[in-house]
Ligand binder design. Sequence first.
Ligand code: CU
Length: 170
Amino acid sequence: MKLFKSVLALAAALFAATAVATHAEHAMDVIKVGDLEIVQPYARATPPNAPVSGGYMVIRNSGAETDRLIGGSVGFADHVEVHEMKMEGDVMKMRALSDGLEIPAGGEVVLKPGGFHIMFMKMKEQLKPGETRTITLEFEKAGTVELELPVRDMKGGHGSHSHSGHSTSN
Ligand SMILES: [Cu+2]
């Protein structure tokens, strides 16, 4: 219980750092598809033979209609799922969003450690810090978009603990 609370605190601290960095975003970190903007996507670096990893980004919708992130694909994992992580009582739970992740009109959704994320299932290779991968995202209305996914070392973020806990409890 305490562990999960400190994980949340760390996730919040990480997110605060990300929010500051967002002000310095440059054009190449923003990918547009239809009415959507995808800002600063990245993937979590993994140790060798890690079964899963996570993808994070901010998705903004400047359109008048709700869109949904419904899936995607990558070459380095068997498949991709859209997940939500949140506290239920005292327990951190993660689940796949079978209807996708809603991106509200005029709003934005933050995919971050401890919250919504893209989960890479059955990893085929290690992701090392400084490397770049490609991901294809699929949106209900905006369609598909391919973008570059820098790999970031997130040691100390402790989000990986939640992930490994999830994969073994499933
Ligand atoms: Cu997940």
